[in-house]
Write a protein that binds this ligand. Sequence first.
Ligand code: NAP
Length: 263
Amino acid sequence: MDLGLNGKVALVEAASKGLGKASALALAREGARVAICARTAADLEAAAEEIRHETNAEVLAVPADLASAEGIRNVVAATVECYGAVDVLVNNSGGPPPGKFADVTDEDWRQAFELLTLNFVRSVREVLPHMRRKRWGRIIGIQSSSVKQPVAQIDLSNGIRPGIAGLMKAIMPDLARDRITINLVLPGMFLTSRIHPDLAAGGAHIDKAVEEQLAPLAATIPMGRLGDPMELGHVVAFLASEQASYITGAVYQVDGGSIKSNI
Ligand code: NAP
């Protein structure tokens, strides 16, 4: 199936590793021109080079801190300056640190709000004029299964992410008038450096020792394993496609069956 992404401009945030990088790679494989950002310039350039090498796609790497308004403004401006548009936004972040309610301070809550909620608000606000101008756009937010069901040990995520789903739903009708769709994907547990430091390189092939350490976690998932980041990247690419033109205001869990609720 041709996803109609050839030549489209996709900005993928927090994409030097993990789910962001997999999403950027999936979009680049479909012919999109890609801009990626993260804070660590060396990792970011390495990811850009890897994506260029595999796909021959144009990849712009813009170092930026997504917890700041200036960082987000800069990365959107650099994308528009380079490619003249932003057709697809994949909103993403590094995620908040673990911690139970009793251990989390007011400052932790403020920082997590900046990194998750304000990152979503600012990123959508910055790209919208460019999408409205073309009367076409795709916004996909990488959130977490915590939108539907609390996750163990990360109460910052449990407290903040469901509100982003509410906001997404609230702004959706106004965006739809300009043929801009907005959806969220909810990862369960994936093989990224967020889960284990040795997984920074990405991909489904992990060494035996790491596999053994993750076995108890894998046993809690109906599919019996953690996800390969590309399994989320492919869903992101589909939601960015022409074919997904009638899907908006939706949340897609990509979790190997972990979420226990009916809907
Ligand atoms: P990851 O492999 O650790 O990658 C995180 C990426 O975000 C890196 O490129 C990192 O680069 C970048 N980043 C972190 N903080 C940033 C900031 N302030 N500004 C710009 N870039 C930043 O993480 P992941 O597993 O892909 O997770 C991505 C998102 O999915 C997170 O929000 C996470 O909570 C969520 N999620 C992941 C899982 C999972 O199982 N992996 C499950 C549920 C939800 P720099 O550090 O260089 O900036």
